[in-house]
Design a protein around this ligand. Structure first.
Ligand SMILES: [Zn+2]
Length: 146
């Protein structure tokens, strides 16, 4: 445990949380689920390594308690690889992140996801079993309006 004895850093933290809530609402940047604002935590996308850039806004996103707990013990890349919908959501809710982090997330999103292309790609046996279109549809584009 490290002491958090820097009031200016603490203020920046609170400001960033408020800014992110204003930008996206209380939506988890990893699972894409909307929660009540009071439970949302700020998550450092890249882990703390004694760097002064730790509390920079371009390293922070909103995360739900569940994702925060899962991610705590993992490297960011391993966490994103654990469920690639996290990378998709991180691209959507983390546009403010540093270019390095945006590139990392983008590299994990399968090519063609945004176009939802259903071309004949049946020969690849790696991620092709995943129905990306269904995952992306978490965005409220469901045909069921009520
Ligand atoms: Zn989450």
């Amino acid at each position: 445990m490290e002491l958090t004895s820097h009031p200016t850093s603490r203020n920046a933290y609170v400001e960033t949380r408020a800014w992110l809530l204003a930008q996206h609402g209380p939506v988890c940047a990893y699972c894409g689920v909307k929660f009540i604002a009071s439970v949302m935590t700020l998550d450092h996308v890249a882990p703390r390594r004694g760097q002064t850039a730790y509390d920079r806004r371009d390293n922070l996103v909103l995360a739900c308690p569940g994702c925060n707990m899962v991610k705590r013990d993992q490297a960011p890349l391993a966490f994103l690889l654990g469920s690639r919908i996290r990378a998709v959501n991180l691209l959507r809710y983390g546009a403010h992140l540093s270019p390095m982090l945006v590139d990392m997330a983008r590299s994990l999103v399968p090519a063609g996801t945004e176009q939802a292309s259903l071309a004949n790609t049946t020969s690849s046996a790696d991620d092709s079993a995943i129905d990306w279109a269904a995952l992306i549809d978490l965005d409220g584009e469901s045909p069921y309006r009520n």
